[in-house]
Design a binder for this molecule. Structure first.
Ligand SMILES: C[S@@+](CC[C@H](N)C(=O)[O-])C[C@H]1O[C@@H](n2cnc3c(N)ncnc32)[C@H](O)[C@@H]1O
Length: 209
């Protein structure tokens, strides 16, 4: 595993404190968005990219969703996610891998939730990973951050989170859509949510052709 990746140096408690800080308020919005799209598509087989501590997993209907896969580069995040949700979601499988280098096919998901992950991975490799792990007709939801002229990583007093600044990059929305199309995903929906600090989340819904 890639121990040099900055995400492996951030304690989950720090990450979550940062995301919940009132000036950031991204944790609650991501939770709401997970709820919205999981309920909309009611997947049978779900793949969650960059699952961190499992924010939003409580919205999965364990009777309908037969497999739940979560991927993250930080194994400590996965251990905590297992502790939090392993009892309730018996079909939960957590995979410690680097999306930017993995060529593996773990499942054929019919739904992928990819929120704030493309900011940290190679875009082409990201789509390759998704293609390897989805079936035809799969729905792919990607949320990216739009800074609208503000700093990429907000000041919340959480020091460790600053180390991801160097690997964070704003995802160009046209480039994202072009790569999606090239990988066989057509755009079927879009939404924008404004955050307290003026940033926003852009959420793209794609369907695999
Ligand atoms: C900003 S968080 C994503 C949002 C998160 N799902 C939430 O709701 O709070 C990015 C996550 O992706 C993981 N990650 C970053 N780069 C990765 C990579 N190359 N492969 C796999 N996971 C990665 C990080 O460890 C982190 O948990």
């Amino acid at each position: 595993m890639n121990k040099t990746n900055a995400w492996n140096n951030i304690p989950l408690a720090d990450y979550e404190r940062h995301m919940q800080h009132e000036s950031v308020a991204q944790a609650q919005l991501l939770n709401d968005l997970t709820c919205k799209y999981v309920q909309k598509y009611q997947p049978e087989s779900l793949l969650f990219l960059g699952i961190s501590g499992g924010n939003g997993l409580e919205h999965i209907d364990v009777k309908k969703t037969k497999s739940v896969y979560g991927v993250d580069i930080n194994n400590l995040y996965l251990e905590e996610t297992q502790k939090r949700f392993g009892e309730k979601i018996k079909q939960l499988v957590l995979v410690n891998t680097d999306i930017s280098t993995s060529n593996e096919a773990f499942l054929k998901a019919d739904f992928v939730w990819a929120a704030l992950i493309f900011e940290y991975i190679d875009i082409e490799k990201g789509f390759e990973f998704i293609t390897n792990n989805t079936c035809e007709g799969a729905k792919l939801i990607i949320t990216i951050q739009s800074n609208n002229g503000t700093q990429s990583v907000s000041q919340t007093g959480v020091e460790s989170i600053k180390s991801v600044k160097d690997i964070f990059k704003i995802v160009d929305k046209d480039n994202l859509q072009a790569h999606a199309l090239k990988a066989g995903f057509e755009l079927i929906g879009f939404g924008e949510n404004i955050l307290p600090n003026g940033k926003s989340f852009l959420t793209y819904e794609f369907g695999r052709i």
